[in-house]
Write a protein that binds this ligand. Structure first.
Ligand code: TXA
Ligand code: MG
Length: 314
């Protein structure tokens, strides 16, 4: 894609346009009180695959689903008393909660990177609120910068980094907080998964107890990159040209196989199918063989996840 992104304002007409673009599976950057996010319809696997491609992320980290209020959040996750207390105290605002996915959550597997949990956040920025209400569904949004670059706090930053790879940016001036949201895991004892725009002390004051800290992060130089990765129960064998007896084969490109990531060899389609297909094959209880996937573009992120899935585990 080489078209320049549309620069939209915060008028109702412009936000309705932005919401239509999202509904069409396009990528729209928008301001939140923390940083500008790059939004895609979280129910549309192809749109989420395009989001990873635009950012040039070398791996699939799970994304935050943005929603306009607690009632909308509760349609997608299993709600708890602790979530209710933190939401009442801090939403809308720079706090992200990680909760178990609910039944009929409708979220694309690529958003959670195959995990059984979903990160959810209700942003306080009035323009983010208005866009989410106009769209009427969950919006997956990482920071709107190319992978490895600093997070954008103005529409100018977004256009400089991603201007030729996204449909539009909603420009509503600089972000107030300038630091990503604080992430708290609530699928076990409340845990500080990423420090951010809301002080941990404020959260601990509401909980009346200290937050747990995660045992291990992926690398000390990449805060926020968490070690939680979906891993199939079955063993995974990579670069398989055919299944050995007993194996199920996950294919890529035209070939005979049990499930195909993309019969036409389309990497975006393969990314959108990756976690769903791994889950389906894992449910057979048989070892999984995976055909080679080209290591270019989104293929790098796909191969990153396949290598993690195939790695020996403790
Ligand atoms: O302030 C923010 O949170 C911004 C704005 C745009 O809302 N968004 C943002 O997204 O910082 P991103 O993709 O850069 O960071 C998402 C973080 C990652 O560190 C990811 O590992 C974590 O959220 N995360 C997402 N889902 C998770 C899950 N199910 N379990 C654990 N961590 C999760
Ligand atoms: Mg980021």
């Amino acid at each position: 894609m080489t078209h320049a992104a549309l620069r939209l304002g915060a008028t109702p007409a412009d936000l309705a346009h932005a919401a239509r673009l999202l509904a069409d599976g396009r990528l729209v950057a928008f301001p939140t009180e923390t940083v500008y996010g790059l939004g895609a319809d979280a129910r549309n696997g192809a749109a989420v695959a395009a989001l990873y491609a635009a950012k040039g992320r070398p791996s699939f980290n799970p994304l935050i689903a943005h929603l306009p209020d607690t009632a909308a959040v509760r349609r997608h996750v299993i709600w708890t008393d602790t979530a209710e207390r933190l939401a009442a105290a801090f939403w809308p605002g720079p706090l992200t909660l990680v909760l178990p996915l609910g039944p009929d959550h409708g979220i694309a597997g690529l958003v959670t990177a195959g995990l059984p949990t979903l990160a959810v956040r209700v942003p306080a920025h009035p323009t983010a609120q208005a866009l989410l209400r106009a769209f009427g569904g969950p919006v997956a949004a990482p920071s709107a910068n190319p992978s490895g670059r600093i997070s954008p706090t103005t529409a100018g930053h977004v256009l400089a980094g991603l201007g030729d790879r996204i449909a539009a940016v909603v420009d509503d001036g600089p972000c107030a907080v300038g630091l990503e949201s604080t992430i708290v895991g609530l699928d076990g004892p409340p845990t500080l998964l990423r420090p951010g725009g809301l002080a941990a002390e404020a959260i601990e004051a509401v909980l009346g107890a200290p937050l747990a800290r995660p045992a291990q992060t992926e690398t000390p130089t990449a805060p926020g990159q968490l070690l939680s990765h979906y891993a199939p129960a079955a063993t995974v064998r990579l670069n398989a040209e055919a299944a050995k007896p007993g194996e199920v084969l996950l294919g890529f490109g035209p070939m005979a196989c049990d499930l195909n990531l993309s019969a036409t060899g389309d990497l975006a389609e393969a990314a959108a199918n990756l976690f769903t297909h791994l889950h389906s094959l894992d449910a057979t209880g048989r070892p999984i063989a995976v055909a080679p996937v080209p290591d270019t573009g989104l293929g790098r992120a796909i191969n990153d996840r396949l290598h993690r899935a195939a790695a020996p585990r403790p």
